[in-house]
Structures are given as structure tokens and as C-alpha cells.
Ligand binder design. Structure first.
Ligand SMILES: [Zn+2]
Length: 330
């Protein structure tokens, strides 16, 4: 049974792509995707969402929609419905605040509900995925950054500023060897995210010079550490490159520390994992977490698995935001 009696629009705003779906509150009826625009004006993002929504509404000849739910990269100001200080969106000029809620509400004359993408994903797993019926779950994304969404006792955890789920900035290194994109030292994301793995590779290359210079990774990048990507590292580890394997194992062990901290503080029954690194490399991420996590946990280790909602989890999250928003629950 659908959760709402009319159609809703779901929007998933990522640094790379924007996805928009028509939904009935329970299913994604149709979806479209295009690359996120490079911003020249603060309204460009809202205009892209409006244009894509118009396309899918027109295609299905839908008259009137009940709500629009947006799962978006952040940070966001929940009070004004704007994004601010966004690090990962491409811009021609510096734009401090990006209005979303008001221009979209004005255009469609319908309520817009915005939520952080990782929180939206946790809600999605809880309402539409393998978290249905569970009171406690965490969603973790291993992607360009590391993020989380947390449901405890059936409630989405938000915190005083709406950032209670910022698991990527859990501290994992007392030596503070790497500085995070946020400026903090020794944060999980600085070592194990898509943007962190190349920096961590450089660190290991400096202490393991022989292994590095005799590696396939060295050959493929011409010995240029600036050219290393996380994809290189996982692909070559899969081909048996010892240096790349060493990085994958170290990243896996640090991931286990991050997951353990999440388990220790939130006590979930289930952790589902998404994000491009996990989706493309489940064989080289989950087994290391499972092998090491018990070393760092006090609480019982829950089931840890890749989300079955896949790359659509953001769209399910936008749908969840619309449904919850209409009920006054977010
Ligand atoms: Zn950080």
C-alpha cells in the first residue's frame, strides 16, 4: 500500500549527479538522472531540480503532486532550506548559500521536505529496505566522503545542529597523520574515503619505499602519487599487487575502527553500507571490516551488509522525506 494518496517527487542531489523520480509513496514509478550543473548562480541548482521535475511530471501527465522530498549533500540550514559552505559542488564562482526549498515550493505550490542524504538513506532502509521492522539501524556510505544516517529506537537521530550522524569524522588515528577535508586531524574519512585513500596511499608509499617502487601501482601511475585514485588501489589489489593489498588491508582495518565506534555508541541491529567504494568493491571492503571489528567493539556486532536499495537509495530517501514530511514526522 502506498503511504500517500497522491504522487510525490523524490530528488537525490549528489556532487556528481542529480536523480529525480516520480513516486506513489511506496515505489519509484519512473526516474531520470543527469550530471549536476556547474553552478554560476545560486539559483542554478533549484532550476535544475525544477526542470527535471517538470520533465517527469509532464511525461506521466500527473496533475498535482502531494510533496517533494529532497535528499541532498550538505551542509544544509534546515530553517531556511538552503545549502551553505558546500565543499563538493562544482562552482564557477564562490557561492555561499544555495536556496532550494523556497524556489521549488514557489514553483510547484507544494511542500518541499529536505534532508541530509545519509540520513535520508537510513530512513529509506527503515521504510523500504531490509531495515523494515527494525528499531535500530545505521546506514554508512563509503564514497567521496564517509557519512552516516542513524535510527535509534525508531527515531532518526538529528542532534542540536542536525549533525548527530557525522560518523566520517570519528577520530581513528592518535598520531594525526592525515588532515581531513573538514580541517580536523586523524578523522576516519581522511584515510578511507574516495578522496582520502590517495592521501593515505602517499603516506604508506613514504614509509614503504621499496614495496611502492616495485608495485603495479607505481608502474600504472608512472610513480606519480598525484595520479593515484582509490579505483587504482582496489583494482590492482584485486590483481594481487602487494603494495595495493597493503593499503586495502590498512583501510579495511581503519574502517573496522569506524564501524566499531558506530556500533559502540548507537548499538544498531543492522548496518547497511552504500557509496561507490562499497558498491564497486564489496569483496575488498566488508570482509576486512568483519575480520577486525570485534577487536574494537564492546557491544554485540550486528549484521553488516551492502544495502539492497543500491544506487537508488537516495531516491528512496527523498521519497521517505516526502512521506515523513507530510505526516509531520521530520
Ligand atoms: Zn573531518
Amino acid at each position: 500500500m502506498p503511504y500517500v494518496d497522491r504522487f510525490t517527487i523524490s530528488v537525490d542531489i549528489g556532487a556528481t549527479n542529480i536523480r529525480v523520480a516520480l513516486t506513489d509513496g511506496a515505489r519509484l514509478i519512473d526516474k531520470i538522472m543527469e550530471p549536476t550543473v556547474r553552478l554560476r548562480d545560486s539559483l542554478d541548482l533549484a532550476m535544475q531540480v525544477i526542470r527535471l521535475s517538470r520533465i517527469i511530471i509532464g511525461k506521466h501527465r500527473v496533475e498535482g503532486i502531494a510533496a517533494i522530498g529532497i535528499a541532498t549533500i550538505g551542509p544544509m540550514d534546515m530553517r531556511t532550506g538552503e545549502l551553505f559552505n558546500v565543499a563538493n559542488l562544482a562552482m564557477e564562482t564562490r557561492i555561499d548559500r544555495i536556496p532550494l526549498k523556497k524556489p521549488i515550493e514557489d514553483e510547484f505550490d507544494t511542500p518541499v521536505f529536505m534532508i541530509n542524504d545519509a540520513s535520508a538513506a537510513a530512513l529509506a532502509e527503515h521504510m523500504f529496505g531490509i531495515g523494515v521492522g527494525l528499531a535500530n539501524l545505521v546506514y554508512i556510505t563509503l564514497s567521496t566522503g564517509i557519512g552516516g544516517g542513524v535510527i535509534v529506537d525508531n527515531k532518526l537521530i538529528k542532534g542540536k545542529d542536525g549533525n548527530a550522524h557525522e560518523v566520517g569524522h570519528i577520530v581513528v588515528d592518535i598520531e594525526e597523520r592525515l588532515i581531513c577535508g573538514c580541517g580536523g586531524r586523524g578523522h576516519w574519512e581522511a584515510y578511507c574515503s574516495g578522496s582520502g585513500i590517495p592521501k593515505y596511499t602517499r603516506l604508506i608509499a613514504e614509509s614503504e619505499k621499496d614495496l611502492w617502487s616495485s608495485s603495479l601501482l607505481y608502474q600504472e601511475t608512472g610513480g606519480c602519487l598525484d595520479r593515484v585514485t582509490s579505483k587504482h588501489v582496489y583494482d590492482l589489489a584485486r590483481r594481487g599487487d602487494r603494495f595495493s593489498m597493503k593499503i586495502v588491508e590498512s583501510v579495511g582495518r581503519i574502517n573496522a575502527m569506524g564501524f566499531a565506534s558506530v556500533i559502540n555508541v548507537y548499538d544498531p541491529e543492522l548496518i547497511t553500507v552504500g557509496g561507490s567504494i562499497a558498491f564497486y568493491n564489496p569483496d575488498l571492503t566488508l570482509p576486512y571490516i568483519e575480520r577486525w571489528v570485534g577487536r574494537y567493539t564492546v557491544n554485540r556486532v550486528p549484521r553488516i551488509t551492502i544495502t539492497p536499495l543500491g544506487a537508488d537509495i537516495g531516491l528512496y530517501g527523498g521519497m521517505a522525506a516526502a512521506v515523513k514530511g507530510l505526516k509531520g514526522e521530520i
